[in-house]
Design a protein around this ligand. Structure first.
Ligand code: MGP
Length: 222
């Protein structure tokens, strides 16, 4: 019993000594302490973004399958979310991720999408293509949340990845399909940042909605 009490007293003394040492370092302006405190400062993004997940369900309407997962407005929170969720290549066929600016729903009907369209990357399914898909998706996400399109970044609504049995699709949605200058600038930045060598098409949401077959008539191609 006495031995136990002695051990407890020693532990308490050690704790106080450690705290005192730590506070003395702070007063002395220890660089490592300052750095540790700076590390806690989060870096804000220009916009706040929402991640939506879609899991198909034949018993429900399309929009009922859309689930708001999380939102983020700091770089660190984006990475925390990205590292927490499944890689796109691991999603089941029929599933989508949508990342849209807060206040814009990932659907044609939203006011900011109504007159818009999308730059579309189509990736045929092939063995060993998962890594390329994940890398392309990540680069597209970094472009949109990092506002890579100069003043045309305002026209970005969000990005979508559709995982499908024969081909996967990654698209960047913009708000005005008739603003040719902005749409082409956004397309050129996307193409150069992603390093894709195949052509990418821009289609209006209006055309997507009435398309026959798997692709709509493109407005632009680069
Ligand atoms: P999809 O998921 O964008 O492409 O649209 P998918 O599955 O590759 O099919 P494909 O037709 O492009 O080959 C699939 C279906 O989901 C559409 O035909 C619509 O019924 C519905 N849908 C998709 N989106 C993006 C919307 C939307 O914004 N609004 C509404 N109302 N329905 C949508």
């Amino acid at each position: 019993m006495a031995a136990e009490t002695e051990t407890e007293t020693n532990q308490a003394e050690n704790k106080v000594a450690a705290e005192k040492e730590s506070s003395t370092e702070k007063e002395g302006g220890d660089v490592s302490v300052v750095l540790a405190e700076t590390k806690n400062v989060k870096h804000p993004l220009q916009n706040e973004w929402v991640l939506w997940y879609l899991k198909p369900d034949r018993a429900k309407n399309w929009n009922e399958c859309l689930l708001k997962v999380s939102q983020f407005k700091f770089v660190e929170d984006f990475w925390a979310l990205y590292n927490h969720i499944e890689l796109a290549s691991n999603l089941s066929n029929g599933c989508d991720y949508n990342i849209f600016k807060t206040g814009i729903e990932p659907m044609w009907e939203d006011d900011r999408n109504k007159k818009g369209g999308r730059w579309l990357f189509v990736l045929q399914k092939s063995k060993g293509q998962s890594k390329a898909l994940d890398e392309l998706w990540l680069e597209v996400l970094l472009c949109i949340i990092g506002e890579a399109f100069g003043e045309d970044s305002d026209q970005i609504c969000g990005a979508v990845i559709n995982v499908r049995p024969k081909m996967d699709k990654i698209s960047v949605w913009t708000s005005d399909c008739n603003d040719q200058k902005a749409v082409l600038n956004i397309g050129r930045v996307l193409k150069s940042r992603t390093n894709v060598t195949f052509p990418i098409n821009y289609e209006s949401h209006a055309a997507t909605q009435v398309k026959q077959g798997s692709v709509a008539k493109p407005l632009y191609q680069i």
